[in-house]
Ligand binder design. Structure first.
Ligand SMILES: CC(C)(COP(=O)(O)OP(=O)(O)OC[C@H]1O[C@@H](n2cnc3c(N)ncnc32)[C@H](O)[C@@H]1OP(=O)(O)O)[C@@H](O)C(=O)NCCC(=O)NCCS
Length: 139
């Protein structure tokens, strides 16, 4: 799998990664994942001090169920480590079981770092019903 660092203003990223109105703000890095056949998905990290918010991971429909999602999350965890992050948090409405298989645990918002709770994803872009999960980068 190939990985390219892309800008938050990449038009395909905005289509894939909804909700998306904060993609071009500071402290976010986004990546496109591809094979020789083309793009398979997108992901990103939003840095909040020494922890990061995992931005929604998207595998294009035709490539789902082929382990690309697992590879993308594992690559992003490695990248978070290279960026000096200690833990990674994420909000998801439907995919909590997918992330639990990858070592993430459901986390009470009261136990999350304030910087994570202040992100636009946590304060508005994701519904209040979204599940918060976390994982240590080297766990
Ligand atoms: C969630 C998503 C990234 C998974 O990508 P994927 O490439 O299909 O995942 P994988 O092939 O690596 O799946 C690994 C395992 O997790 C399971 N899985 C995949 N999506 C799941 C989900 N939403 N809930 C529970 N399990 C899921 C797979 O069935 C597979 O199980 P298996 O090991 O028994 O075969 C992809 O379905 C997607 O883009 N969904 C829409 C966007 C989304 O919900 N993103 C997550 C929010 S951040």
């Amino acid at each position: 799998m190939n990985v390219d660092h892309i800008g938050g203003d990449d038009p395909d990223l905005a289509l894939a990664l909804l909700p998306a109105d904060d993609l071009t703000e500071a402290d976010r890095v986004f990546y496109r994942f591809s094979t020789d056949q083309g793009t398979v998905g997108y992901g990103g990290l939003e840095r909040c001090g020494n922890v990061a918010l995992l931005r929604p991971v998207v595998v294009l429909t035709e490539y789902r169920g082929m382990r690309f999602g697992t590879d993308v999350v594992e690559w992003l965890l490695g990248e978070a480590g290279r960026l000096g992050m200690l833990s990674v948090y994420l909000l998801t409405e439907r995919a909590a079981p997918f992330f639990e298989r990858l070592g993430f645990v459901v986390t009470d918002r009261a136990d999350a770092p304030p910087a994570i709770l202040r992100t636009r994803q946590a304060t508005g872009l994701c519904p209040a019903s979204a599940t918060l999960l976390s994982r240590t980068v080297h766990g």
